[in-house]
Structures are given as structure tokens and as C-alpha cells.
Design a protein around this ligand. Sequence first.
Ligand SMILES: [Zn+2]
Ligand SMILES: [Zn+2]
Length: 291
Amino acid sequence: MAPSPAFFRFLYNEIEEVGWEHLVKLKEDLTSLSFRILALMDLIFRDKKGQPHMLEIELSQDYPKSAPCISADVPYICQLQWSMKSRLKDVVQQFRELLEQLQEFWSTKCEIDRNLAVVDQKQLLRATSCCQINLGNNSYMMISVNPRSPKSLPECRFFGPDSEVHSLLKRWRRNQSEWADDKSICENLAKMLEMDLPGPSYGSKDEQVDCGICYAIYLPVDPELGVTSGSAPDYTCDNPNCRKAFHSLCLRDWLCSITTTKQSFDVLFGTCPYCSEPIAVKVDSSHGTTK
Ligand SMILES: [Zn+2]
Ligand SMILES: [Zn+2]
């Protein structure tokens, strides 16, 4: 049974209330594909930090009697409060509240990424709460940050040579009561393990990556390049799924050759050549590039 024109009028009204500017994709009348789903839409919202979040909403045959199904790139989804009077804008409101609740979780993960030797960058995806950290001496720690209480003592497992694991575990258990929710996670971890934890570049030193544009690891040694002469890639795409490395010099040249690139003051705004996510590179004219 295909949805009636009245249903669509009703649906468009609801989208209007949310704001059409948030709508990325709308697929209507999916009854040919499934008896259950009437419409599927993707909406995009920015949190208070300006980060975009995609929300997928699925309306079933008995909507609005039953709540829509929602999915998003989050570690847990909120239980929708839904009544006969509820509308799409209420779903959006609840999703926005969830995003704000998750800010502390995301900033905790960000802090881990910035300060510790995270083994796989995929672990930094928004929905993932586990992450493996290189502790040096061939030993690793897998921690699971609680999205609902990111500053509390995380679940933890250790891997590596038996003697190392044994010693780490002993310290971890001995110091459990030392964990302080008001301290940063890195500070707490260092205190628990009674050691300085290796920084983000640890373990990747001998594994220099090449630039995604010129395919070389090092720029040529050339006095005209100023301080960038002979340097390794110094720019990484922010998209955790991409993380492609570039020489910022190559990226600047590439962005300048693209007509859709925008420049504001000394910053070039364009998209990553690999994943097409937005990137911004400073135009640095202080050395070499301008003659
Ligand atoms: Zn390059
Ligand atoms: Zn990218």
C-alpha cells in the first residue's frame, strides 16, 4: 500500500518545522522495496562545537503512531520519548541533546588521540569507545571509555610479554583508588601505571608515510623551498577514515589549481583529494613559495 498524498503533506510539514536546510537526502515511498518503510531521510546538524553529525530517520507504515527509527554515528542512541503528539522536530531535539551529552566523551577521545600512541586511527571514529594504546616495550593497553561517563575509570586490558603484562596489571590494580574523575584521562592513566606514557608519534617513527600528492616521503632538498626543503609530510587529513598525509606545500599547490577552492585571509579552504572532506591549509608565504 503506497502512502497517500495526505501523508506527504504531513511529512513535508514536519520537515518544514525541522528546517529544510538540514535535509540531505529524502527517499519517499519505499513500499516497493519494503512493506514496512514509508520514508527514509538523512539530516545533518552541527553540535555546539560546529561539528557536523548525520542523523538517519526511518518512518514506518504506522508513523506517527509508532516512533521513527533513528541511527547515527554515535556510541549509543537515545531511547526516543514518543507519544501520539510527537513530531519529527521532537526527534531532532532529542538527538541534539544526545550530541551535547556526548561532547565530553568525544573530547576525552580527542585527548587520547592528541597525547597517546593510539595504534589504529579507526579507533577514533565517533561511535567507537575502545582504543588500543602502545605503552612501549612491546606492550599495549586496550581501554574502553564509557560514553555515558567518560571521565570515570575505564575498563582496561593489557597485551604483550607476560612479565610486562603482569607488572602493568599489578600497578593498575594497586592504584585503582587513585583514579580521580576531575583529572584528565591521560593524567589518570600515567598515575595508575606509574610511568610516562609514549606520545602520539611513538611507534610510527620508522614507518614514514609518503605524501598523497607527490608520492614522495621527503620534499627535494632545494634552497628555494626554505624551511620545507627536504621535509616529510606535515599535514594529515582530519577525517579519521582518511588520515591521508600530505606535504602542506603540495596541498597548497593542489588547492590553488582547483577552481572551487576558496581563500579567506591566509587560509585556503577546499576538499581533501582522497576523501573530499573539507580541509583548510594556511598559505605560508614567509618562506620559499613566493619569489
Ligand atoms: Zn608532496
Ligand atoms: Zn581526507
